[in-house]
Design a protein around this ligand. Structure first.
Ligand code: 5GP
Ligand code: MN
Length: 324
């Protein structure tokens, strides 16, 4: 079913048992929007479980410190609905197929260009800065229609985190006037902005910079327009950095003068490479990611290629160079 915010609000009001979840490889918008929905439903007296089969990056653990996040194996409820947040693809929902397929209804709230409206109810806006902005819109709509304001300091902090991370601190073209209006209200509601900025952007361990140094040595630029960096599993091991803790390296590929497309190739295990794509002005990287069964946004997308790092790089470069 297509978008309908009011139908979703009616559905949330009329049901009691929910699982909230998001995509694999959590980021700020993933955790922030899921937490925003989790606390909102809890505050409405609903029975809510947070299920996610992946670990938070180190710089975002402050958000989920006081929340019980279950693995699929720990969840054994029978009748429940899933609210999937920030997840553009049904197959990326980060819980077991069994839990996903046994849900009574799936509510999808998302802003990925590649989303195919897989939910039974969908609230999808591909122009939105973040899924946190969509959760915020839902809460504002709820306030307008029900006269109850659910946005407290905790929810404001969660939503501000996703807004700040998905907009690159209000820098990307997906940052709209509405994003600033939302930021204003969240700050007035007590969002802990200084803490968010320090934890998320200013708390890298020293070893991260050692890894970054090595990773920057792999920087390769083709035609002055396509830059790539490789992070191998050996590098992660050498500096004791987790796979989910190096996403910040991606921006180094894009932030070079004249570069249109930046690529980070991150080796997860032998013959499995996570690829992150970023663009600056005109290349739709979501289209490129979809050629490899991935997806995302026009300016930020990703996919997984089951091959060696070198081969994955050649395959992606070939696809990217056709668009340049
Ligand atoms: P990142 O490169 O930071 O992992 O992801 C960039 C954007 O693309 C995010 O919005 C992320 O959710 C999306 N994305 C990354 N990898 C995949 C993938 O394999 N499939 C889909 N559908 N989206 C992805
Ligand atoms: Mn997002």
């Amino acid at each position: 079913m297509k978008n309908n915010l009011d139908n979703i609000i009616e559905f949330l009001k009329g049901s009691n048992d929910f699982v909230v979840t998001s995509h694999i490889s959590p980021d700020g918008d993933n955790l922030g929007s899921t937490l925003g929905m989790y606390y909102s439903l809890k505050n409405l007296g609903k029975n809510v479980y947070y299920v996610l089969d992946d670990n938070s990056p180190q710089n975002l653990t402050f958000l989920v410190e006081n929340v019980e996040i279950l693995k699929s194996s720990e969840f054994n409820m029978k009748d429940y609905n899933i609210v999937a947040l920030d997840c553009g693809d049904k197959n990326r929902i980060c819980l077991s197929d069994e839990i996903r397929d046994n849900a009574k209804k799936i509510i999808c709230i998302d802003h990925h260009a590649s989303n195919d409206y897989y939910g039974d109810l969908n609230y999808i806006d591909i122009d939105a800065s973040s899924t946190c902005e969509l959760v915020y819109n839902l809460l504002v709509r709820y306030r307008e229609t029900e006269g109850i304001d659910l946005i407290n300091e905790t929810i404001a902090t969660a939503l501000y985190t996703g807004l700040a991370t998905d907009t690159g601190n209000f820098a990307y073209s997906s940052t709209h006037p509405s994003s600033f209006e939302m930021a204003k209200e969240l700050l007035l509601k007590g969002a802990k902005r200084d803490m968010i900025i320090q934890k998320v952007f200013q708390s890298n361990p020293y070893s991260y910079y050692k890894l970054l140094g090595e990773a920057l040595n792999t920087l390769d630029i083709v035609d002055g327009k396509v830059a790539s960096i490789c992070v191998t599993k050996e590098m992660l091991k050498r500096y004791t950095i987790s796979f989910n803790d190096v996403d910040g390296v991606t921006s180094y590929t894009r932030d070079i003068e004249g570069v249109e497309v930046g690529i980070l190739l991150k080796e997860k295990k032998e013959n499995e490479v996570k690829v992150s794509l970023r663009s600056k002005n005109y290349v739709d990287v979501s289209q490129i990611a979809q050629q490899f069964n991935g997806g995302g946004h026009v300016r930020a997308a990703g996919c997984t290629i089951y091959d060696s790092v070198e081969n994955a790089k050649q395959k992606v470069l070939e696809a990217v160079l056709k668009t340049i």
